[in-house]
Design a binder for this molecule. Sequence first.
Ligand code: SF4
Ligand code: FES
Length: 234
Amino acid sequence: MKKRTLKIKRFNPTKDKKPYWQEFVVEAEDTDRILDALNHIKWYVDGSLTMRRSCAHGICGSDAMCINGKNLLACKALFKEVGDDVTIEPLAGLPVIRDLVVDMEPFMEHYRTVLPYFISETPPPSYGERLQSIEERKIFDDTTKCILCAACTTSCPSFWARGEYIGPSAIVQAHRFIFDSRDDGAAARLDILGNADGVWRCRTIYNCTNACPRGIEVTKAVGEVKKEILFSTL
Ligand code: SF4
Ligand code: FES
């Protein structure tokens, strides 16, 4: 076990005028996760430390936070990867509710805008499921992996500069349906994403791809949606 220093940005709007940094020293193995250390602090040192976490296995997306300057899931980030001394802040670009918890509503509002559900104008076939070839499924396989953690959108300078920008996560969610051969809602989604705060605010900076804990090629997906908008208007 080694001693590690966690410097955490704290803010409780009911008593703090502005955020401040607080240091905690914990003992942890190289293979321990940042979430283990945060849980230790919350359970045994300072119960007022506030953060979100649920599955603890990289599936629910609730514990995305900025760790040593990079958006990561605390449950997937190991000390041996991030170092002995760790700085932890809430995700940038969303209002802080308390400590490491941000208000996800602006993010979810953008997600809902892109109609992130299956739309069909035809009834399902009488013989059962709506079938699709392996090749058709492959086209949007990558974007089915999104867990809505917001790591991509909150690492995007275009989103920081203008919170109305729909952001890479919502575009990934739209991509998942736009390129699904069974779906009939692509035109409506492309219309939404072609507006002033849609895909054209992306400057291809690649922060989103680097931040994604699911390894989704986010910038590529955004590029494919841009291309689809251009072709659909020809
Ligand atoms: S694309 Fe990746 S980083 Fe963005 S919300 Fe989905 S899982 Fe998180
Ligand atoms: S707690 Fe669910 S992804 Fe980390």
